[in-house]
Structures are given as C-alpha cells and as structure tokens.
Design a protein around this ligand. Structure first.
Ligand code: NAI
Length: 718
C-alpha cells in the first residue's frame, strides 16, 4: 500500500510519495505552464522541500521525475535570466543554484533521475546531480546543455559535473555547440545509465533506486572513457593542453570571435578538470556565468528567443484554416524543387507544373536526388514513399484536387499574372495561390484575379530545406482563410513565420536592398572585396554582402535591385556595374564567375580583375571595418524602421525575427530593432544624421526613429 507523506498545497510544483519499500517518488510539475521550467523562486523553495524529504522515515532511495507528458525539464526560466542586472547578481544566482544541486548530490539516500521528453539546461544539470539516470527511448527524449546558444554557459554545475561523468572530450562536444544528445548516444557516452520504453520508466527507475539503496550499484561511477583517450588526452596535462587549444581554435573559427560564451564555458570546464579543489571549480563556473549572463550578447539572444516564441504563436487570422492535402508547385526550378522537397517531407502530396519537359525533368531530378540523400536517415522505403509523393506535368492535369499552389516561376509580373489566370481556370474555387515572389507586390499579381481573396504571398529563403523562415504576405484583398491556411502550411513545413503587409520587396527583400547597395557603393569608392566581406562577418553576419551577392546570383540581385529602385527612388538605386557584370556573363557562383574566383565549384579569393570595372581600379583603399559596419548596418536598420512606420511590419519583434532568420542579421544583436535599442535611439539618429551629412540623404533617419528618439522611447521594453 502506498503511503503519502507529503502532498504539497495546490500551487506547489512538487509531490512526494513513498511506497511500501521505502522508494520515494518526487514528481515535478510546473503549474499553469506548458513546459516544466526552473525559476528563481522554485530554486528558493527547493532547499525547504529537500529538508522535509530528508526527514522522511524509512526512506531508502528517491526517484525524481516530471509530471508533464513528454517533457522532463525545458531548462531555467528565461524570463528570470533575461533580467539579471549585474555580473555579481548572476554569479550569486549561479552559486545559489550550486547549493541546491549539491543538496541533491549529497542527499542521504541515492536519487535516480527518470527522464522522458525534453531535458535541457538546468534540467540536465539537475539530472547530473542525481546518482543514476534513466532515459526513455522515445524520439521526444533529448538531453542537452544548450546555454551557449543563448550567450550563457551551464551555471548550475553542468560544466563541473558533465566532464566528470562522461569525460572531457564528450563534455566539450556537448557543451560548446550546445548539442542535442539522443538516448542511444547518451547511453553510449555514459550520460545516462539505462534506456527503456516510457511505459515502464517508473518501474525501471524504482528498481534501479533499490539496487543503489542496497549498494549493488555505487553512487559514483568512473566515466566510460577509453583507456587510450584517458592516457593521451584527459589524464595527461600535455594532451589536455592540446585538447583545449584545439577546442579554442574550433570555437573561434565557428564564432568569428563574436560569441564569448563558448570560450567562457571552455574555461569553466577547464577549471573542473584542472583545479585540485572541486569547490574552486564551482566558484570559477559561477564567476564565468556572471560574466556572460548579464552581457548584452546574452540579452540579445534571449530577446531573440522570446521574439521567435511570439512568432511561433502566429496564426495569420482568427479563422479555421482550410484543409490542405495536395500542394501544386508552379515552376520546378531552383526554388520550386526545394519547396516540393520540404512539402513532401512534411507529408503533403505534391504536383509540379512547368512550362516544358526539360525544366520539369530538372525539378523532378532535384527532388529525386534529395530523397536519395535522405535514404540513410529515413530508410529506403520511407525515402521512396516521400519521393513518390511528388509528380508533375507540363499541363494542369491532376490539379482539380490541388488545395493550394505555391508559385515559383520567373520573377516577372506578366508571367505571374498569366500563371495565376491558368491556375484559376484549372482548380477548385477554394484553392489558394501563394506566390513565392521575392519582390513583386501581391496586390499587383492579384490585380486581375477572379478570386483575389485566395491570393497570398509566401516568401521562402534559399536553400529552402535549410532556411528557417517563411515571410507570409497579406495583401489588402487576401482573405482570412487563405492567410490562416498559408500560415498553417508554413508552420507544418517546420518554419518560423512572420506575417507582413504587402508592398514592394515586403520586408526582408526591401531591407536587403539598401544594405547591398551600400556594399556596392563602398566597392566603387575603393574598398577591397574581401575587406568588406570580412568587416560584415566581424559585425556578425554569417557571410559578407559580396559573397552573398555571388551566391544569390548577380542577375537576380540586379533584377530585384531594379524593382526596388523603381519603387523607392534614389535611396534604393543600385549601381550600373551589376548590369555590366550581367552583360559580361559574371553571374556569381552559378556561372563560376562573379566577384570571387571559383575552381571546380570551390570559392577561391576575390577576382581582382573585376576592379578594372571600378573607378579606383586595382588600387584599393583601406577602410576601417567599423565604417563599413556602420554604413551597411544603419542602411538596413533605417529601412526596417521605415517598414514599421509604414505598417509593412506589424511589430518590431517580427522585424527582428525576419532579419535574423531570413537574412542572417547577427543573432547576438537580437535583430535590427533590438540593436537600435541597445545603441539608443538618440545615438542612432545622431549616427544616421552624420552619415547623411557625409554620404547623402539616403541615410536620413526614418521619421519613426526621430520621433521615438525625441520621446525617449525604445522598440522593446526590455
Ligand atoms: P528558376 O529560374 O530556377 O525557376 C523558375 C522555373 O519556372 C523554371 O523551371 C521555369 O521553367 C518555370 N516556368 C517559367 N514559366 C513557367 C510557366 N509559364 N509555367 C510553369 N513554369 C514556368 O527561378 P527560381 O530561382 O526558382 O525563382 C523562382 C521564384 O522564386 C522567383 O519569383 C524568385 O524571385 C523567387 N525567389 C527566389 C529565391 C532565390 O534565392 N532564387 C529566393 C526567394 C524567392
């Protein structure tokens, strides 16, 4: 018979029940929230609870588990972490967390941690403080210490306990990239001790608890690290030095020096393996946590996390979306084939329509190759099934059953209107037409539509399978059902969605325009290609603007640039040089000739022969990286502010998410709006006015910026 010795009052997240054999089950269920998170107030209440648990008579062992379905613990409450004012406060918080974790570790009876579902950050650190870990074999079960992705480091003992449990190399491999570890691997490296099905998790955990209580399993066990690894690297100072040196190099290469958190995590791990006194390691971890947790970088990344969470709640409109089973893809080109791959991957039946067999064949081949590449992960039968879900033709045969079309033909208004008319003639009245135009207003595309309420924009980014954003464009005539359906499909594609209002270039292409133009101007003024790209990488973009131009294609950049220039005039007017480059067949990577040199598909250094097309010729002027970052960064941010002012953007949040996920705006700056907040809007206006005085009226700050600066306002409250 089960004896309940403590049932906390209603609001408590914990229950504790002891069975007849003396095994207590401590269940954690955060009230009122979907995930289980570890808040500061929860940490404060834990010592009291553990004290009561400790006084339980005849207690032999404890099983710690979550009461949430499919979720262990999602990590620390980021609302709390985003608000830490000073490094000293952060250090204090980390030291307090260390004390709580130590109470678990030092408990008079052994604790078994039963993990099912997501186990992240503080949840993993709690699991590490227990004496035995069991994970379910469920695909939802994943263990990680992802703190560095938010500009933090595991500060509740994770950097200390993980290397002791799984060895130095495995710990570095997990903490530095914030990598997810799935049950099989977790067992292999000793992160968990057993794996079992969820249905028997509690049973297995209780049995393990009993074996620990009886001393059949020791509370502390040595890592599973191989003898050679121990001798060569982990247990030998020379080898260890080599490991830390290599890890530092790897981090610097990955982060280009923009993200300090992984380096600080490295230092904390080093303290764990090298300081003779365990307590000193914890102390160092707390200090290092203090350094990163109150930094602007952590605040930017946490702010972005919240912005993405908001974006993921997007529904488009307050109506039920229409059911979509079959998706038609118009144009089996580069984007069309990427869209078909993702659609089929996510369970949709796909039907291509292209203008001729050759183009159709290319698209089908690309899909075929994509799923052949997936055979190893999906298994051949599933990859074949997904491949066979995609078919195509050069007519609209099979389109009566299409629920939604995604249009990806050439960027040409007349052509897009023509295919829309053909689509309307061939499909049901409720079929949706979502255009993947990169710049044309949806209103223009739908101008002659018979069912304009079904026309919407669905702007993908390239490469479609990898890029995490879809910008959904709502034109005035777009109906709520078409909008809600498009948002739902975009989310089922696994993407984050921002919904923007219609206009030339909508949001992302529009803000990219002045950024790219400014890059072109700087080249014409004499800056070297690689110096400019390097400057923007230092600012935090994954690639510089000139590399990006070569990747996108100079012809496409020229075409979109012209559309933006025609619509917005002087400030978006591109250079004539790109037209000349297109005429000369310099189209970027796809023609193996652009701003950079290519050999057998590999990008080499800048093609200096292109300087002959520029006024300064081969003589390049040194330009400080900060000047380039200012000019390009503010050109983009100013346009983003205009998009908000004109109502293209519905919120600064969407603007941040769109720029980071769609264009690679430095995540640690949190997006253009958060970046401007950080600089301070008065300072931003001052900078833009100075740039306007020096370089031209295109830098004149948007009205919204001047108004907000005057009112002492900011885009985000925190
Ligand atoms: P693409 O040239 O690779 O493909 C266009 C396809 O449309 C070709 O297969 C062509 O045969 C087909 N097509 C032409 N006329 C047709 C018709 N009447 N009926 C059916 N199919 C027809 O072009 P890409 O790069 O895939 O671009 C397609 C659209 O996606 C454009 O509007 C572009 O602006 C947009 N876009 C492109 C991005 C990129 O990075 N390439 C990014 C986001 C949007």
């Amino acid at each position: 018979m089960e004896q309940t010795i403590e049932k906390q009052e209603q609001a408590s997240p914990f229950t504790f029940e002891v069975d007849a054999e003396g095994i207590g089950v401590l269940t954690f269920t955060c009230p009122g929230s979907k995930p289980n998170t570890l808040s500061v107030s929860l940490f404060e209440s834990l010592p009291g609870l553990l004290e009561k648990v400790q006084k339980t008579p005849n207690l032999r062992a404890i099983v710690f588990r979550s009461g949430k379905p499919d979720m262990f613990i999602a990590g620390a409450d980021l609302e709390d972490l985003g608000k830490i004012p000073t490094p000293a406060d952060a250090t204090r918080l980390s030291s307090e967390a260390h004390k709580v974790m130590a109470r678990f570790e030092d408990m008079h009876v052994p604790i078994v941690c039963a993990i099912h579902g997501m186990c992240m950050g503080g949840g993993t650190e709690l699991a590490l403080a227990c004496h035995y870990r069991i994970a379910t074999d469920d695909p939802k079960t994943v263990i990680a210490l992802p703190e560095v992705k938010l500009g933090l480091l595991p500060g509740a003992g994770g950097c200390q306990r993980l290397p002791r449990l799984v060895g130095l190399l495995n710990a570095l491999d997990m903490i530095l990239p914030g990598k997810n570890v799935y049950p099989k691997k977790a067992l292999q490296i000793g992160l968990v001790d057993e794996v079992c099905p969820n249905a028997i998790l509690l049973d297995v955990a209780k049995k393990a608890a009993m074996r620990l209580a009886e001393g059949k399993i020791p509370r502390k066990r040595a890592p599973k690290t191989g003898l050679l690894t121990r001798l060569l690297f982990e247990g030998n100072p020379v080898g260890r030095n080599y490991v830390f040196k290599k890890a530092t190099q790897g981090v610097l290469e990955q982060t280009k020096g923009c993200y300090p958190a992984p380096l600080k995590a490295l230092e904390a791990i080093r303290a764990a393996v090298e300081l003779p006194n365990v307590a000193d390691g914890f102390k160092r971890e707390a200090e290092l946590f203090g350094e990163v947790a109150s930094s602007d970088i952590a605040k930017g990344l946490i702010g972005l996390f919240f912005a993405m969470r908001e974006a993921n709640k997007e529904k488009g409109a307050d109506v039920s979306p229409r059911a979509v089973r079959k998706i038609g893809v118009l144009g089996a080109g580069f984007m069309g084939s990427g869209i078909a791959q993702v659609a089929s991957d996510k369970g949709y039946v796909v039907r291509f329509k292209d203008r001729d067999d050759a183009c159709l064949g290319k698209g089908l081949k690309a899909v075929h190759e994509y799923f052949t590449g997936q055979e190893r992960t999906l298994g051949r039968p599933e990859a074949t099934r997904r491949r066979q879900q995609v078919s195509g033709g050069t007519t609209f045969e099979g389109w009566r059953t299409v629920d939604m079309a995604i249009e990806a033909v050439f960027e040409d208004l007349t052509l897009k209107r023509k295919v829309l008319a053909e689509f309307e003639a061939a499909t049901r009245d409720d079929a949706i037409f979502a255009s993947n135009t990169s710049s044309l207003p949806i209103t223009d595309i739908a101008a002659q539509a018979k069912r304009p309420e079904n026309v919407v924009g669905m702007h993908f980014f390239s490469p479609v399978p990898k890029m995490p954003l879809i910008e959904v464009i709502k034109a005035k005539q777009t109906g709520p059902e078409a909008l809600a359906t498009t948002v739902e499909v975009a989310k089922k594609f696994g993407k984050t969605v921002i919904v923007v209002n219609d206009g030339v270039g909508f949001y992302t292409s529009r803000i990219l325009g002045p950024y790219m133009n400014e890059a072109g101007r700087m080249l014409l003024e004499g800056m070297a290609i690689d110096a400019l790209d390097h400057a923007m990488e230092q600012f935090g973009f994954p690639v510089g603007p000139i590399v990006l131009m070569d990747e996108v294609g100079i012809d496409i950049a020229a075409h979109v640039g012209k559309i933006l220039g025609d619509a917005f005039g002087e400030r978006m007017k591109g250079s004539e040089m790109v037209e000349q480059m297109v005429k000369a067949g310099r189209l970027g990577r796809k023609s193996q000739k652009g701003f950079y040199l290519y050999k057998k598909g590999k990008k080499l250094g800048p093609d200096t022969s292109i300087y002959a097309m520029m006024p300064g010729g081969a003589e390049r002027k040194p330009v400080p990286a900060e000047e380039a970052a200012d000019r390009l960064g503010y050109a983009m941010a100013n346009e983003a502010a205009r998009c908000l002012e004109e109502g293209i953007l519905r919120s600064a949040n969407d603007g941040d998410v769109g720029a980071v996920l769609g264009l690679g705006f430095p995540p640690f700056r949190g997006g253009p709006f958060r970046w401007m907040d950080k600089v301070g809007l008065s300072a931003v206006v001052g900078k833009m006015e100075a740039l306007a005085a020096k370089h031209g009226a295109r830098f004149k700050p948007a009205q919204i910026l001047t108004d907000m600066a005057k009112g002492g306002k900011r885009f985000h409250t925190a």
